[in-house]
Write a protein that binds this ligand. Structure first.
Ligand code: FAD
Ligand code: NAD
Length: 401
């Protein structure tokens, strides 16, 4: 049994949805484009987990179906239902999976009150756990994006939160200790407790298999009604290992999102692509690059002569409680702060200056115009000789660029 398509998108997440939209916008005939996803629903906006499906018309959707093997030489995919699907062009949009506690030697991920958050079924499970623990205690494992955003949601839902992570401060991949401290103080003012510099050691379970207590490596024992785990992700590259070149844990692509096999493209979290401004390949785990890489890859496939190399400045953001920040560029080099980092609810930010140029910018509590200004600044990378003067000008520097 088999079917053939001109274009196959493997994966049904954010980048898959945007790639499909772009194919349809440019014009594909019925029966030319197929999406294969092991999720049972059409692509949706993962950040909001909003169920606002991205599905355009005229696309063959093979849902609830995993791909279990791929043969890039034969240009075929074998699905879990035993169907062989062949393509002329393949876009790999398999994203990433949440790392499991078991990978760090702790058992208990399957307990009904232990929650991860990657897809709609995870979100439903988390909502159930919240609803069955009114006024209860939660431990949040991990101080990254999921940990910080879920901790805020739990507090808003009147659950007592203790965050546990191994680093000295939250959001260690992106934020400096000084900026992280601002957010930690704000979280503390909302009742969140932090236990830093340690990791989970084990769980205790009741007779129904629910976690009742969490023991940390430093010996602390916390009684819990629920646990939320956000300890990072791994890109889903397994189907292509040994067939395509990998880099930075993802599938290596060029500025057209083409992999080491010319018929195969990769986009979103799974793709390691050249970021021109940094002169190196990066694998980004954010929705803006998922959307834009999808559009660019489709353009590369459909109009290769009119499509240049992807030119992209990384963009990350988050919104929790009444806080809202945006970051553009690279967090490399010396950091120059501006604004008041001590008061809650204020506007503040930082520039990263590397080799005499502004390469990164962070802003909390900005207006749309101010965010546009820091985005433009990191795109233009102005030269800065005097860091004290940059500090004095603060946000005004970006606004004047
Ligand atoms: P995904 O959206 O993960 O899609 C991958 C798809 O591939 C899934 O449908 C999966 O089921 C499918 N798949 C994988 N393997 C197979 C297989 N073998 N066979 C069939 N199908 C397969 N980023 C931001 O910038 N801002 C935010 O505020 C933000 N919030 C987020 C909130 C949450 C809860 C999460 C989980 C992520 C958030 N992100 C955010 C990150 C952003 O959602 C991801 O960067 C984005 O989803 C990546 O898109 P993707 O298409 O590469 O992967
Ligand atoms: P992350 O990489 O942001 O954070 C992982 C965290 O895990 C680290 O900060 C660390 O504190 C913790 N950790 C690592 N090893 C640990 C261990 N052994 N025990 C306890 N903690 C440990 O990953 P995440 O928070 O799980 O987020 C998953 C993905 O979702 C990421 O790709 C992220 O970019 C994406 N996401 C992005 C946003 C956003 O951009 N606003 C929001 C939600 C999720």
């Amino acid at each position: 049994m088999g079917r053939a398509f001109v274009y196959v998108i493997l994966g049904g997440g954010v980048s898959a949805g945007y790639a499909a939209l772009e194919f349809v916008r440019r014009g594909v005939s019925h029966g030319e484009l197929c999406i294969i996803s092991n999720e049972s629903v059409a692509p949706y906006e993962r950040p909001a987990l909003s169920k606002g499906y991205l599905l355009p018309e005229g696309v063959e959707l093979v849902l609830g179906t995993g791909v279990k093997s791929a043969d890039v030489k034969r240009k075929t995919l074998l699905t879990t239902t035993g169907e062989t699907i062949s393509y002329k062009f393949l876009i790999i949009a398999t994203g990433a999976r949440a790392l499991k506690l078991e990978e760090f030697g702790v058992n208990g991920s399957d307990a009904e009150n232990v929650c991860y958050l990657r897809d709609i079924s995870d979100a439903n499970r988390l909502v159930n756990a919240i609803q069955s623990s009114p006024g209860g205690n939660a431990v949040v494992i991990g101080g990254g994006y999921i940990g910080m955003e879920c901790a805020a949601s739990l507090v808003i839902n009147k659950i007592n939160v203790t965050m546990v992570f191994p680093e000295a401060h939250c959001m260690a991949r992106l934020l400096t200790p000084k900026i992280a401290s601002y957010y930690e103080e704000y979280y503390k003012s909302r009742g969140v407790k932090f236990i830093k510099g340690t990791v989970l050691s084990s769980f205790d379970f009741d007779s129904n298999g629910k976690v009742t207590d969490v023991t940390l490596r430093d010996g602390t024992k916390l009684s819990v009604d629920m646990v939320v785990v956000g300890i990072g992700i791994r890109p889903n590259t397994g189907l292509f290992e040994g067939q395509l070149t990998l880099e930075k844990g993802g599938i290596k692509v060029n500025g057209m999102f083409q992999s080491s096999n010319s018929s195969v493209y990769a986009i979103g979290d799974v793709a390691a692509f050249p970021v021109k401004a940094f002169g190196e390949k990066r694998r980004l785990e954010h929705v803006d690059s998922a959307r834009k890489s999808a559009k660019h890859a489709v353009s590369s496939i459909m109009e290769p002569d009119k499509t240049g190399e992807f030119d992209y400045i990384p963009f990350f953001y988050s919104r929790v409680f009444t806080l809202s920040w945006q970051f553009y560029g690279d967090n490399a080099g010396e950091v120059v702060y501006y604004g008041d980092l001590s008061a809650s609810g204020s506007t503040f930010g930082a520039y990263w200056v590397n080799k005499g140029h502004v390469v990164g910018a962070f802003l909390e509590g900005g207006t749309r115009e101010e965010y546009e200004a820091i985005a433009k600044t990191t795109t233009l990378r102005p030269a800065v000789e005097d860091l004290t003067e940059l500090e004095r000008q603060g946000l005004g520097f970006a606004v004047a660029v």
